[in-house]
Design a protein around this ligand. Structure first.
Ligand code: ADP
Ligand code: MG
Length: 230
């Protein structure tokens, strides 16, 4: 489903060049739940943003279902992303002016789904995320755990092939964090492929497989342990 070949990303600000990703080659199969781990600044978010087609690599190939999408321009990336990929962020990223129902409905509006079908899909996912009773509430009236459940509902409602989660429990206490991980696990069991960035061993334990990044490169688990120990 996903394959990267020597993916490299360099950022240039003023005179300083940073290599955020250095020849990253990974594969993720449909139905997998993969955790990407590594210390702060090692390139996790950069990798997720490229896999989510928010940005292009400087070099290398990114194959999504066999199509090299690494050189698509922004408009084409957005188009491709809409039906295929959804994000969950640490900061929830809900729209404050919209209530729970309206936040979750948004991706369906972009996909031009009819209003009766939208209602059915939104209510179904809100119930599955145990947040249906809060549908008229606004984000600031909810706890962090509830907000992340809404964000997950919004990600999953258009039935994407891939969910990318960047530190999804980073702003949550332990109880809510475990609840969010249980929901992601549930979605994965129902068939959604998930790639999650985390620096939490607890969260990684919910995944099938861990990819360790260090200084922009994929490293073995042993190397990653030594790197953390230094
Ligand atoms: P992580 O998510 O693992 O903490 P990031 O992917 O955010 O790491 O960052 C990797 C490296 O790339 C860091 O050195 C960071 O400062 C740099 N970087 C990330 N995004 C940008 C950007 N938009 N412009 C310049 N440098 C960036
Ligand atoms: Mg990050």
């Amino acid at each position: 489903m996903i394959k990267t070949v020597n993916l490299t990303k360099r950022f240039r600000t003023d005179e300083i060049e940073t290599t955020a990703l250095n020849n990253v080659s990974i594969e993720v199969k449909p139905g997998e739940f993969v955790a990407v781990m590594g210390p702060s600044g090692c390139g996790k978010s950069t990798l997720l943003n490229i896999l989510g087609m928010l940005d292009n690599p400087t070099d290398g190939a990114y194959l999504f279902d066999g199509t090299d999408v690494s050189k698509y321009r922004e408009g084409k990336r957005t188009q491709y992303r809409k039906g295929n990929i959804q994000f969950v962020f640490q900061s929830f990223n809900l729209i404050d002016e919209l209530n729970v129902y309206e936040n979750v409905e948004l991706p369906l509006l972009y996909l031009k789904i009819s209003s009766s079908k939208r209602k059915e899909m939104v209510m179904d996912i809100l119930d599955r995320m145990k947040i249906g009773h809060r549908k008229k509430h606004f984000p600031q009236q909810l706890s962090g755990g509830q907000q992340q459940r809404v964000a997950i509902a919004r990600a999953v409602v258009p039935n994407p092939k891939l969910i990318l989660a960047d530190e999804p429990t980073g702003n949550l206490d332990s109880k809510n964090g475990i609840e969010v991980m249980n929901l992601l696990t549930e979605l994965n069991k129902q068939g959604t492929t998930i790639i999650m960035v985390s620096h939490s061993q607890r969260d990684a334990a919910f995944s099938h497989r861990v990819i360790n990044l260090f200084d922009g490169q994929v490293v073995t688990e042993e190397v990653a342990r030594q790197a953390v120990a230094v």
